[in-house]
Design a protein around this ligand. Structure first.
Ligand code: ADP
Ligand code: MG
Length: 353
């Protein structure tokens, strides 16, 4: 049950493997994100799905059909580009109608379909305006309507929010997820922004150097990253190198360099050298020694970074070994509880690693 199947897909450019034997499926009506650092091959992968780039090897199947011989304009997909290009001399409705005209859609059909597309992105009221009479967010919705009017089975979006300022970006994130639910088609979004992927996608493929490192839901990726790279790329994390010294039902004992021997929750077999990951918000910072926390250590506050809703407290446990704790600022405080130089306790529960 896949709308898109990708098998051993590879793209070589002179001197670089942009996409390296990638295989995965995308389900119908899924909001799917390709996430990874700049240059990892996201755009190239998306362009191959769109038919704008020919694979060096491998297969792409869309809606049950092999795409090897299908040109871009005959694929049931549509791409919204990073720049959100719209024609400045055309009105909103002319912009949206353009793509239908060039493929010879009957005139009688164009009007209703443009209207439908404008309604989807809530631009019906602005149909007669020119792009320079629109806000940045509205121009983006014109570009979306231009793609939706063709009724693709899959909409491809390459960094659609990267050109917007922070506030508008937050708003468009929500609009895009709502739009996807409303139109009920598959969205594939490319982004290097983990917050964007986590907040919008049903599933995320994390890419590095042309390879897909993990595909999972946002919570799985965040709570159970499969590798050090994924843990580090998705959100902030404390990484502790160590070596397994024993296991018993669901608990692994690890001798760590920074914290000595600790017990961490882990399903499945594990041995040898490992990396323990703890999210900053799972750590508790206290002035008094916690009596019941299984994992704890004393240290000295090095820095406090205030973010309004939360603060990051950087605590040096030993020479050259620091843990970051995220402390929620729930109650209204004028002065932070912790200051550089304070001696504090850091603790967490085994199941939170
Ligand atoms: P991303 O979108 O993740 O930033 P890209 O898919 O754009 O990454 O690029 C992946 C790699 O392929 C990069 O090393 C990039 O320089 C290279 N690349 C992309 N397009 C071309 C091209 N047309 N010719 C040569 N190299 C390219
Ligand atoms: Mg790109």
């Amino acid at each position: 049950d896949a709308i898109i199947s990708i098998r051993a897909l590879t793209k070589l450019f002179p001197g670089v493997t942009a996409v390296d034997e990638v295989s995965f499926d995308i389900r119908p009506n899924e909001f799917f994100a390709l996430l990874g650092p700049s240059g990892c091959g996201k755009t190239t992968l998306l362009r191959m799905i769109a038919g704008l780039e020919m694979p060096t090897s491998g297969e792409i199947t869309i809606d049950g059909q092999d795409m090897a011989l299908t040109p871009a304009n005959r694929r049931p997909v549509n791409m919204v580009f990073q720049s959100y290009a719209v024609f400045p001399h055309m009105t909103v409705e002319e912009n949206v109608a353009y793509g239908l005209k060039v493929v010879g859609t009957p005139k009688a059909e164009i009007g209703p379909r443009v209207e439908e597309a404008l309604r989807m992105v809530q631009l019906e009221q602005l149909a007669r305006r020119k792009p320079d009479q629109l806000s940045g967010g509205q121009r983006q919705r014109v570009a979306l309507a231009r793609a939706l009017v063709k009724r693709p089975k899959v909409l491809l979006l390459d960094e659609p929010l990267s050109a917007l300022d922070a506030k508008l970006r937050d708003q468009m994130r929500l609009e895009l997820t709502r739009l996807q639910h409303a139109v009920g088609i598959t969205f594939i979004i490319v982004t290097h922004d983990q917050d964007e992927a986590l907040s919008m996608a049903d599933r995320i493929a994390v890419m590095e150097a042309g390879c897909v490192r993990q595909i999972a839901t946002p919570t799985e990726l965040y709570e159970q990253p499969a590798s050090r790279f994924v843990a580090d790329f998705i959100g902030r994390v404390n990484l502790l190198d160590g070596e397994v010294t024993g296991t018993r039902d669901g608990i692994v004992e690890v001798e760590t360099r920074g914290l000595g021997r600790i017990a961490v929750a882990h399903e499945g077999p594990v041995s040898g050298k490992v990396c323990v990951a703890v999210r900053p918000e799972k750590l508790t910072v206290s002035s008094a020694e916690p009596t019941d926390a299984p994992i704890r250590a004393q240290g000295k506050v090095r820095d406090v970074a205030y973010y309004g809703n939360a603060s990051h407290v950087f605590v040096e446990i030993a020479e050259g070994f620091e843990l970051t704790a995220n402390v929620q600022n729930r109650s209204r405080r004028i002065e932070g509880d912790f200051r550089p130089g304070d001696t504090v306790w850091i603790s967490w529960a085994s199941e939170d690693t």
